[in-house]
Ligand binder design. Structure first.
Ligand code: ZN
Length: 248
């Protein structure tokens, strides 16, 4: 399940509250899903029932809002960081990344600048996927990549492997299998997941896939096909809600 920014809903954003995040986790838990990080999902057997709670783009609200909820539930998250935004306003800081890691979270790469990897030259692709400034603590032990905007192809996946990454999250409409560790499924989230997730569990089919394929969901999902804007600084004292989108 891919989440993004945790903040106020705007425009066409879908949003759920931290309470809804808690409810989704509890729903999956009732369905016997085991919560793992991306790298553990990549190694899980195909019959394992595993779920990854994933946050793309490295927004600071992941630390402030989602982390306490998941810590309370005993669930590790995975956050994919855009390295050029680390320590920027609205984004995770180095210290927060370290604290998430210490609590069992996985930190993966979401590229240096959130580029559409499939469109890049070989040199550009290499730069986007290379480890950020060797020696920096937050870059250590990065094993997985979430492809920005879900844009990946065989060349992108090959370069990711060459850079030492051993799993990749594909996002978008869920594929039918998770056979390729460099193209793990990452279903988008919908407002109907409380009802749809049990169906998926029971029949092994994601009822959202045909909706997404038909374009029914896409127009209302935030940020599809566009780079994610920077997070605005949080307003003090405002209630926090979580928004999410189909893009990674
Ligand atoms: Zn992203």
């Amino acid at each position: 399940m891919v989440f993004h920014q945790i903040g106020e809903a705007s425009g066409r954003s879908l949003s759920i509250s931290p309470e809804a995040l808690r409810r989704r986790v509890e729903t999956l838990r009732r369905l016997d899903y085991r919560f793992v990080t991306s790298r553990e999902a990549a190694r899980a057997s195909r019959t394992d029932r595993v779920a990854v709670i994933q946050f793309d783009d490295g927004f600071e609200s992941v630390y402030r809002v989602a982390f306490p909820v998941l810590r309370d539930l005993g669930v590790p998250g995975t956050t994919y960081v855009i390295w050029s935004r680390l320590n920027q306003p609205g984004s995770l800081s180095t210290a927060q990344v370290a604290e998430l890691r210490a609590a069992g979270w996985e930190v993966g790469t979401h590229s240096h600048s959130h580029a559409a990897l499939a469109d890049l030259s070989p040199g550009g692709l290499r730069r986007e996927l290379s480890p950020p400034d060797a020696g920096r603590a937050e870059a250590a032990d990065v094993q997985c990549v979430a492809y920005p905007l879900n844009r990946h192809d065989a060349r992108v996946r090959r370069e990711a492997s060459r850079q030492g990454l051993n799993c990749g999250v594909a996002g978008g409409p869920p594929p039918l299998s998770r056979a390729d560790p460099m193209a793990l499924p990452a279903p988008a989230i919908t407002p109907w997941d409380d009802a749809l997730l049990p169906m998926r569990s029971r029949w092994g089919l994601d009822a959202r896939a045909p909706l997404m394929a038909a374009g029914v969901l896409l127009p209302i999902l935030d940020g599809v096909g566009r780079p994610h804007p920077a997070a605005p600084p949080p307003a003090p004292g405002m209630p926090r809600i979580m928004s999410f989108s189909a893009t990674a």
